[in-house]
Ligand binder design. Structure first.
Ligand code: GMT
Length: 391
């Protein structure tokens, strides 16, 4: 055991507080590190969903953004930089880990300059749309590239996303792939006989979807798959989450003959209490960097139906833990669902393999070990390079 194994790190974690996967991953990392005895400081503009603010070794710091008549757009990035700088100085952080590049990485860079803490490595974890959508917009691209090049370490949640960093941002920074993870003791298959927590016929298969209902999720394909399948066999659809595409989805369902077979549950904090009731989870995004919701479904023993694109094939093994179709091939998804729902043995075989893969490949412990290791690597490299003394 090296001396560092006993040292308690002071870690700053910056994330979005919303229900998106990047915030959830950041919170799970914060909890796990606090449980390992590190001192963890979470910084955001409100308490992140799922964050346990009363956990030992963990503190939450709120960023307040003042309104001012001149500001049509209050500059959150600046308020965040000031808050990070204050926390970094006051608590003498050893490392700063920001989740989602825009604007967290550049706020972290600025904070370091404000407080002169050049010995504190800046680690940026990219989650997907911070590169593939918003970060590549011409308004932000130079900031995205700059903040990645200035980070001491960049991590990405899939190999596919690493390729996108090269292709879209044309950034030469080295990226470490650390896949997202799940707690298989929380996201787990049902014990027999538990009643459904939503209105439904227990004898009819349930197709489920959970997301932020943004265009990238291809919500119309979820609806078309359900309607096509429902025309062939009795099926129920459960939709979890909310977002820009939700109202159009509701309108289409309500004007179909099958409105009574669909439940809109809205945003839910405890997905682990709903996902195990699915017979299949449908996730037809066209550019998903990872697909945390798909992993959570697999961990609950639920087969995933989606498109063979983006980072999803790193999470779902086609034909083994789910069924991946060509982008836009709604007919293929209808056939895949029908096959699963008509053949219970096949559905169970895929569900068991999904659970096994989630446990063996994506459990939390190895991912947290890797992040801890990377923190140390960044601290030591900064010490060795002498850049840390640039105060
Ligand atoms: O833009 C989004 O869809 C939200 C973003 C987030 O903040 O949750 O999702 C991304 O990060 C997740 C956690 O790493 C990944 O599981 C999602 O695949 C990724 N979304 C996309 O790439 C579209």
């Amino acid at each position: 055991m090296s001396p560092r194994d006993n040292r308690r790190l002071k870690i700053g974690i910056v994330c979005y507080p919303t229900t998106g996967g990047s915030g959830i991953v950041a919170v799970e990392i914060a909890h796990a590190l606090a449980d390992r005895g590190h001192e963890v400081h979470v910084i955001s503009y409100s308490v992140p969903v799922r964050l346990d603010t009363l956990r030992p070794n963990l503190r939450f710091h709120n960023v307040s953004v003042p309104e001012y008549a001149l500001f049509e757009y209050p500059p959150y990035s600046l308020a965040l930089a000031a808050q990070i700088a204050e926390v970094a100085c006051k608590f003498h952080l050893d490392v700063l880990h920001v989740h989602y590049a825009i604007p967290h990485a550049v706020s972290g860079w600025l904070a370091r300059r404000i407080c002169g803490r050049f010995d504190m490595p800046l680690i940026t974890t990219l989650h997907g749309t911070d590169i593939t959508i918003i970060g590549k917009d011409a308004s932000y691209l130079p900031i995205t590239r700059f903040s990645l090049e200035e980070s001491d370490l960049v991590t990405v949640v899939s190999s596919w996303l690493e390729g996108k960093v090269r292709e879209v941002v044309e950034c030469l920074c080295s990226c470490e792939v650390v896949h997202n993870f799940v707690d298989p003791d929380i996201f787990k298959p049902l014990d027999n006989g538990e009643p459904h927590p939503f209105p439904c016929d227990p004898n009819v298969p349930v197709l489920m979807h959970m997301s932020n209902f943004r265009p990238v999720k291809h919500i119309p394909d979820v609806i078309d798959t359900f309607l096509g399948l429902r025309a062939r066999m009795k099926t129920q659809l459960v939709l979890i989450g909310d977002g820009p595409e939700a109202s159009v989805a509701k309108q289409r369902i309500n004007s179909s003959p099958y409105a009574a077979d669909v439940q809109f549950l809205g945003p839910q904090q405890n997905a682990e209490r709903l996902l195990p009731y699915a017979d299949a989870f449908i996730f037809p995004s066209n550019a998903e960097s990872f697909g945390l919701a798909a992993l959570e479904a697999q961990s609950c023993g639920v087969p995933v139906i989606g498109y063979n694109v983006g980072g999803l094939p790193e999470v779902v093994e086609d034909g083994k833990t789910g069924l991946l179709c060509e982008v836009g091939a709604v007919d293929e998804m209808i056939n895949a669902c029908e096959r699963l729902f008509r053949d219970k043995d096949y559905q169970q075989q895929i569900g068991r393999a999904a659970r096994e893969r989630a446990v063996s490949q994506f459990s939390a412990k190895p991912a947290i070990d890797r992040y801890e290791e990377l923190y140390w690597q960044a601290i030591i490299e900064l010490e060795k390079s002498g850049d840390g003394e640039r105060t």
